[in-house]
Design a protein around this ligand. Sequence first.
Ligand SMILES: [Zn+2]
Length: 152
Amino acid sequence: MTKLSKHFTLEELTRTSVPDGNVLSAEALECLRTVCSSVLEPVREHYGRPVLIHSGYRSAAVNKAVGGSPSSQHMKGEAVDFHVSGHTVYDVAVWISDNLDYDQLILENFVPGIGASGWVHCSFARRNRGNDLTKFRGSKIYYPGIVLSPQG
Ligand SMILES: [Zn+2]
């Protein structure tokens, strides 16, 4: 087990159902450490609850196999998808938006009223844009902001 930060391991951040090894470069490893220390650890500390990783680093082959965007920051080790045990991803996304420095924050597939739905996608880059988006389940449209409906 390789620790990337106090609460997160390389194994959690590279786990995939695609059997290709998901091997990462030294540069991507550094980016993973940064997203752990800059995003995941502050979230873990604020909520004091387990942060469950859905997807972290993806090799180009893994990203393609799971239908990721061709320019996905997951391929650089800059992005992570997760939820916090016992909290909605909407609440977590709003907290991140209000409190952390990040490149891109996306509330993905959250369904209001269904507590365990969706995940938070958050990236950390060399030059952070602080860009907030919401994508609803079954839609390919990215709406500006962290919102509960397409009307905001
Ligand atoms: Zn993602």
